[in-house]
Design a protein around this ligand. Structure first.
Ligand SMILES: Nc1nc2c(ncn2[C@@H]2O[C@H](COP(=O)(O)OP(=O)(O)OP(=O)(O)O)[C@@H](O)[C@H]2O)c(=O)[nH]1
Ligand SMILES: [Mg+2]
Length: 304
């Protein structure tokens, strides 16, 4: 399956809502005028693009409509695409594998962190990059087993400790092991944490300190990815803001884009935070993760 087909299939519900809405309104009004733009704004809001983005996207077309009374379909779609791409301007995750890269997978409960950690590991392991996983969610018994199961299935070693142990100690062990085995990509799965719980945020800082200290000599590069669940809608924007205040985020991953019509949230979070999207979760399977591609994303969303 091509990456475009993957996006199209994963985003099919959002695509259906946006495309059908667009075509229905166009057919009933028969013209692309100010009324059409009001309706389009609603369609974008319903797809969870957020009020700010919906207004921004339609206002840029509105200016020309005000001057000329109406515009044609081609102009609407071209302008939408151009402006969406401008919002989504991305910075793909292309680490230098000459040294060790440490990826922290962060986020609130249940967003898809563990699954995403395993998916990223599988993606690079398959490309021949020496990869390792660390189970730094020592809070939930099932979390450690869940990661170990993924590790076995994908042939990626998993560093773990016992339930209730200090997650920073797991990070320490994983850093030693990664350096000893010449690992190039260490992915650290972390416990779900709420941004308004100081002790959990302190725990995160401690993990970061340990990784930075243990990685310094080896020139390790640390990346912080925040996993957001598309089904939470606009709350994802608040989560991204809050995590970014405490730790500097290098990338966002939006999961569960499949199965719902809320794909517009990608536009809302990037517009609000300016943090690039690095991956999109498009299903529960190990291969259902795609490097985020703004062009494919936008083409998957808009009518042809
Ligand atoms: N449909 C779909 N489901 C997903 C995706 N990513 C994760 N999931 C599902 O979401 C559920 C939660 O995933 P986990 O990876 O356990 O989430 P987590 O953030 O590690 O959860 P906690 O450790 O409890 O905070 C699982 O049932 C996953 O299969 C995705 O992209 N699409
Ligand atoms: Mg987990």
């Amino acid at each position: 399956m091509s990456l475009f087909d993957k996006f199209k299939e994963g985003l099919s519900k959002t695509r259906l809502a946006v495309t059908e809405g667009f075509n229905r309104v166009a057919a009933s009004l028969g013209v692309y005028d100010e009324d059409f733009l009001d309706e389009l704004e609603m369609i974008l809001i319903q797809a969870d693009a957020g009020v700010q983005v919906a207004t921004k996207l339609t206002d840029s077309i509105r200016e020309r409509v005000r001057r000329e009374g109406k515009v044609d379909r081609g102009y609407v779609l071209e302008t939408l695409k151009r402006d969406m791409l401008e919002i989504l301007e991305t910075k793909p995750f292309q680490p230098d594998f000459k040294q060790l890269n440490v990826v922290f997978v962060l986020g609130v409960n249940g967003t898809g962190k563990t699954t995403t950690a395993a998916k990223i590991a599988a993606l690079y392991q398959r490309q021949g990059i020496k990869t390792m996983l660390a189970a730094a969610d020592t809070f939930r018994a099932a979390a450690i087993e869940q990661l170990q199961t993924w590790g076995e299935r994908t042939n990626v070693p998993v560093i773990s400790n016992t339930l209730g142990s200090d997650p920073a100690a797991v990070v320490f062990d994983a850093m030693q092991s990664a350096k000893a085995r010449n690992v190039k990509l260490l992915i650290i799965d972390t416990a779900g944490r709420l941004h308004n719980k100081p002790n959990l945020m302190n725990e995160m800082e401690k993990m970061h300190r340990v990784a930075a200290r243990e990685g310094e000599e080896a020139g390790a590069v640390i990346h912080n990815f925040l996993v957001l669940d598309a089904t939470t809608g606009q709350n994802a924007v608040i989560q991204a803001r809050a995590f970014n205040e405490v730790t500097s985020l290098d990338g966002l991953i939006i999961t569960k884009l499949d199965g719902n019509a809320k794909g517009g949230i990608a536009l809302a979070v990037v517009d609000d935070t300016g943090i690039p999207l690095v991956y999109a979760g498009l299903g529960e399977g190990i291969d259902d993760l795609a490097p985020f591609d703004a062009e494919l994303f936008v083409d998957s969303l808009l009518p042809d």
